[in-house]
Design a protein around this ligand. Structure first.
Ligand SMILES: [Zn+2]
Length: 290
């Protein structure tokens, strides 16, 4: 499906190029380069990462939604065997009940080694995905993970004692050797001021599925993180099909703030794109501090 959209875009770009005058041939070239970049971007999508781990190629004809007959309660049955993990026992997101969190002083702090990135935003029909320039990584529990991309959910996917924040950002990291993922989740709360990190691209967000925005303007992921990076950690899954159970989650306790207008902007584009919370089953949520 994604590939088809990009092919479609490319063909449209080509036709536009052919019917317009000679001088505009340059634009088609540029379009083409951008499309190659966008195809690269789609390899970092969550479904692709899950498939890559299992050595599967992405099926393009399966489709999911956040409501209706393709909604979360049906995901496990929408793609033959491919999305069966969505009915697994270690699924994400979860409701974190703080009274049941196990304190574990041996947990290491999140150590980040992030650098700047240029802007690459893709609207993949489910979320706004921001690809990160390679070279940034985080050390999580003594393992290095490359930062691949981050994306947003409105409202938050994880809940704290049943409370759902208006938005959550997921920083998706992958271990180069094992292919296992580590996702850092940060909550957004409504505040009076604009969030300066979000303001860097709030007017450039691609509104429709398959659209993207690319710019050489640089920004830094650290600017979205709160001062205090204390977190809850547990073993879970991707929160979109195929829901692969290959993710160690790091859900940061301290939220960051965004204005009502900013939160509304994201929600208007992505609609409600959170998966309902899943059963904890026999898993334990741990935290270094209370
Ligand atoms: Zn996510």
């Amino acid at each position: 499906m994604k590939t088809q959209i990009f092919k479609g875009l490319f063909i449209s770009a080509l036709i536009l190029g052919l019917v317009s005058c000679e001088n505009e041939k340059m634009d088609v070239k540029e379009q083409e380069i951008n499309l190659e970049m966008t195809q690269e971007m789609t390899n970092n999508g969550e479904t692709d990462l899950g498939n890559a781990f299992y050595g599967k190629s992405s099926k393009s004809d399966c489709h999911f939604e956040y409501e209706g007959t393709s909604g979360p309660e049906f995901w496990a049955d929408l793609c033959g065997e491919e999305w069966k993990d969505c009915a697994g026992n270690s699924q994400s997101p979860i409701d974190i009940q703080t009274g049941r969190v196990q304190k574990d002083g041996d947990i290491n702090n999140i150590n980040t080694n992030y650098t700047n990135t240029t802007i690459k935003i893709l609207n993949n029909g489910h979320t706004l995905q921001f690809d990160y320039t390679p070279g940034s990584y985080a050390n999580l529990n003594n393992i290095d993970y490359d930062l691949l991309q981050f994306h947003f959910h409105t409202g938050s996917e994880h809940t704290i004692n049943g409370y759902r924040y208006p938005m959550e950002v997921h920083l998706v990291h992958k271990n180069r050797k094992t292919g296992l993922l580590a996702v850092v989740g940060v909550f957004f709360k409504e505040g009076r001021k604009d969030n300066r990190f979000l303001n860097q691209f709030i007017n450039e967000l691609p509104e429709h599925k398959g659209q993207y925005y690319i710019s050489n303007k640089e920004y830094h992921i650290k600017d979205v993180l709160p001062e205090e990076m204390d977190f809850y950690t547990y073993s879970g899954s991707l929160t979109t099909p195929g829901c692969s159970e290959i993710v160690t989650w790091y859900v940061v306790k301290q939220p960051v703030y965004a204005s009502a207008a900013q939160l509304e902007r994201f929600k208007k584009i992505m609609h409600e794109n959170f998966r309902p919370t899943q059963k904890l089953n026999d898993r334990v949520v741990r935290s270094k501090n209370d």
